[in-house]
Design a protein around this ligand. Structure first.
Ligand code: 6GU
Length: 235
């Protein structure tokens, strides 16, 4: 997968993609993240990429022209499956969307800033508008990093234990069960005995029940959805 990220703050993203799983995925050639500075695509002096909003509402708006030039340059180089704009008024990102997007070969992610981007850039160039939740960030960079991380870790070969992405919270609409490591007794807090038993079938059963219980307590909305979808008498 290749992800091209367009931003006015490229330095904000460099360190994030230069570390851990994301760095290794890039070294293995499984994923490639290329960060583009929107200011390289403007024809205005002082590398200006934003301007006052027509009609006079507060805040600066990213201009359509440099965005168009940057996206057009990329599209001339290869085909893209999606051009995603990170915006708080987009569709809320979730694991299902991550699964779907992780199958894409090439994507562009445009980071908004200030008061957003000129509406014409959204209409003419963007295929998907994505938010990461109901709160406002000062820019789309962190959101783009979050979406990229969620996609890249799903690509086969990125995680060393390939099954581990399948057992994530949300992957089967339940939260993940509790996990423990050594020591088995820490200050009197003991690991559930079944996990030390070596009985794989019983352990699997314990994990499922733990996941179910946790989901019921922490996310009743997910729990209700899960029980509805898995109730043989329903529908
Ligand atoms: Cl994608 N961008 C910004 N600026 N704020 C957000 C967001 C995105 N998602 C939630 N809040």
């Amino acid at each position: 997968m290749r992800i091209d990220i367009i931003t006015c703050l490229p330095k904000l993203l460099d360190s994030f993609f230069g570390h851990s799983i994301l760095k290794r995925a890039q070294e293995k050639g499984i994923a490639e993240v290329v960060v583009h500075d929107l200011r390289d695509y403007t024809q205005f002096k002082h590398r200006q990429v934003d301007d006052y909003s027509y009609g006079g509402s507060a805040g600066m708006v990213l201009m359509v022209e440099p965005i168009d030039r940057c996206i057009s340059t990329l599209k001339n180089e290869r085909e893209y499956d999606a051009v995603i704009y990170m915006t708080p008024d987009g569709k809320t990102f979730d694991q299902q969307t991550a699964n779907r997007f992780s199958l894409f070969k090439n994507i562009i992610i445009l980071c908004g800033h200030y008061k957003g981007v000129d509406e014409r850039a959204r209409q003419a160039l963007i295929t998907h508008e994505i938010s990461i939740g109901d709160y406002v960030l000062s820019g789309g960079e962190l959101a783009a990093a979050i979406v990229s991380d969620a996609l890249i870790r799903l690509i086969p070969g990125v995680l060393s234990d390939e099954t581990s992405a399948l057992t994530d919270s949300f992957q089967d609409s339940l939260l993940a069960p509790a996990v423990y490591t050594r020591p088995a007794d820490y200050k009197g807090m003991i690991v559930p005995e079944i996990l030390l038993s070596g009985n794989e079938k019983e352990i699997e059963k314990w994990r499922f029940e733990n996941a179910l219980q946790r989901t019921k307590e922490r996310r009743p909305d997910l729990y209700d959805k899960f029980t509805r979808e898995n109730d043989p008498d329903a529908k």
